[in-house]
Structure formats: structure tokens, C-alpha cells
Design a protein around this ligand. Structure first.
Ligand code: PY5
Length: 312
């Protein structure tokens, strides 16, 4: 998250959070230093957004995000005590308790609590928290410059990328910090075979000769819910979308490129490794899909009204 966001949350934390089934005050939840997840990364989480429409605040694809949280927990043998209905209630309760009406980010997290110091967490508490915060842009600019990371994306043989696990983000954080310190906005990670995988916290699409390409599941990506949304919207708009391995050099010869994710939404990429993407400006298909995405999440596209859960 950007510095500006971090500062505003630090100055202004939410009044209420949801913790293990009920609403608590922010300061009421205290965690032991020996919380297992703090030491070993044993947590899975998700990131969800809610957007104001003309007359309400709507959560985008809430059920899909909660189902991903549930399968992330399953991969790691976390015995999650709550199902999708209870978690849905929790998300609604925590937003309502805080009275948020503007753009909101929701972070449910399932983690191994304190039960000892060893790796075997059998019998340790599995804690569940849901936090919601006011949140606008992830990237504080309309288009970004990216660098192909010297770090490779984690692979399925070691840390399954399909689980949105806290520990996976050490890989993302290394790549992100390298990119920022080298003067870029974001990293693009290659998979263990050398094909394009994704950004540190976003999926990636490229456009060449009017056709849109994105890496497949086998390229060590998180199966993004925004990625799925974008693929559906692109085909609604009449574009051909192909999931296939993408070579690093294709990043340098494509006409357009963009990141997408819950936090990042649709973010155009205008430069990669000091080469302009296309003519170095935001491309027409990227613009079109960015606008189409906002129409859906902000409730202006009735075809996808079923993806919105009203809060109030
Ligand atoms: N890939 C990675 C590694 C991600 O962390 C994310 C989401 C995505 C892809 C996109 O997934 P989705 O479209 O389902 O959101 N990242 C988090 C998010 O809330 C933020 C992590 C800092 O966007």
C-alpha cells in the first residue's frame, strides 16, 4: 500500500473491527507476540472493495472473494469455523458499524493464533478478522512504469500461488521494493520458467494487434477476480482474449499493457524496462476496459447488478 494510505489509516484507524464472530472496538483486539502467523506467515486473506452507487454502497463480487478465502484456508489445512454466509454477515456488519459510505476496502484474514512456538499448529486457534477502511486509489497516478523483477514468482511446487496466503507476499514485497528503489512504480514477475506471471499485487494483460492476452493459471498467478471480470467485459466489448504463456520480450513489443486487481482496479502500464509501451500513452482498449470496469463496480451496468451486494 502507498505511504499516503498507510499514514491515513495510522492517523485514523477504523472504530470497529470484526473479530472471531463479533464486532469489537479497534483497541480491544490485542494479539500475542507469539501469534503463529506473525512468525511463519501462516495466514490467508482476501481484498475486497465496496463502491458507492447513486443510492447505496455496494460490495463487488463479495461471494467470489469469500469463496477464494475459504479455498485458500483449505489449501493450508486451516479449519475455518465460518462459512460464506457468516463471513458475508461479518463484512456487512463491520462496514455498517463504522458507517462507511464512500469507497471502502475490506480485508478478511484467517490466521494461526498463539498455541506454541513450533511449526505443527495442530490444535492452535484459527483466528478470523475482518477489517474495513476507507480507500481510494492504490496507485496514486493514472498510469505506471514497471520493471521486470530480478526475483521470480513463487511456484506451485513450493508456495501455491492460487492460495492468497500472507507468506506469498514476501515474494511480492521483495519485487515491489526492488522496483520502487530502482525508480519504478511496480514490478512484473516472471514465473519459474521465465514466462510473464503477474505484478506484485495485480494480474497483467497485454494487447497486440487488437487481441488481448493474459497469462494462464499455470504461470503461477493468483486467479484474480478482477482478471475474470475483465475477461468477461472484454468479450462483451467484442475483443478476443487469449490465455497463454507470454514471453518477456512480448512486453516490449505489445501495443498496450495494464494491471488489474481489486486494489489496483485497471491501471495502465505505459513503460516497461525503460521502453515505452506502444507509443508510451494510455491505449484505447485499456481506456475502454477501465471505463467499462468502473461502470460495473459503480453500478451503472445493469447486466452485472448480481455482482453487487448492497450494504445499506
Ligand atoms: N495477483 C496478486 C499477487 C494479488 O495480490 C492480487 C490482489 C491479484 C493478482 C488480483 O486479484 P483480485 O483481482 O482478485 O483482487 N491483490 C490485493 C488486492 O486486494 C492486494 C495485495 C496488496 O488487490
Amino acid at each position: 500500500m502507498g505511504l499516503r494510505l498507510a499514514m491515513s489509516i495510522v492517523d485514523n484507524p477504523p472504530t470497529y473491527v470484526w473479530f472471531n464472530g463479533s464486532i469489537k472496538r479497534w483497541n480491544e483486539v490485542q494479539l500475542p507476540i507469539l501469534t503463529h502467523a506473525l512468525h511463519y506467515g501462516t495466514a490467508v486473506f482476501d481484498g475486497i472493495r465496496a463502491y458507492p452507487s447513486a443510492d447505496n454502497l455496494n460490495i463487488f463480487r463479495l461471494r467470489d472473494h469469500l469463496n477464494r478465502l475459504i479455498y485458500s484456508a483449505k489449501i493450508y489445512y486451516f479449519d475455518l469455523k465460518y462459512g460464506v454466509e457468516e463471513l458475508t454477515e461479518g463484512v456487512l456488519e463491520v462496514i455498517r458499524a463504522n458507517g462507511f459510505k464512500g469507497r471502502t476496502y475490506i480485508r478478511p484474514i484467517v490466521f494461526v493464533g498463539f498455541g506454541g512456538i513450533g511449526l505443527d499448529f495442530t490444535g492452535f486457534p484459527i483466528e478470523v478478522a475482518i477489517v474495513a477502511v476507507p480507500f481510494d486509489k492504490y496507485f496514486h497516478k493514472s498510469a505506471v512504469r514497471a520493471k521486470v523483477s530480478t526475483w521470480r514468482r513463487i511456484s506451485n511446487e513450493a508456495n501455491p500461488p492460487l492460495a492468497k496466503a500472507a507468506g506469498n507476499y514476501l515474494n511480492s514485497a521483495l519485487a515491489k521494493q526492488e522496483a520502487i528503489r530502482d525508480g519504478y512504480d511496480e514490478a512484473i514477475l516472471l514465473d519459474h520458467r521465465g514466462y510473464v506471471a503477474e505484478g506484485s499485487g495485480e494480474n497483467i494483460f497485454i494487447v497486440k494487434d487488437g487481441v488481448v492476452y493474459t497469462p494462464p493459471t499455470s504461470s503461477s498467478i493468483l486467479l484474480g477476480i478482477t482478471r475474470d471480470t475483465i475477461m468477461k467485459l472484454l468479450s462483451d466489448l467484442g475483443y478476443k482474449v487469449i490465455e497463454r504463456d507470454i514471453d518477456r520480450s512480448e512486453l516490449y513489443i505489445c501495443d498496450e499493457a495494464f494491471f488489474c486487481g481489486t486494489a489496483a482496479e485497471v491501471t495502465p502500464i505505459v513503460e516497461i524496462d525503460r521502453r515505452p509501451v506502444g507509443n508510451g500513452e494510455i491505449g484505447p482498449i485499456t481506456r475502454q476496459i477501465r471505463d467499462a470496469y468502473l461502470d460495473v463496480v459503480e453500478g451503472r451496468n445493469k447486466k452485472y447488478a448480481h455482482w453487487l451486494t448492497p450494504v445499506y
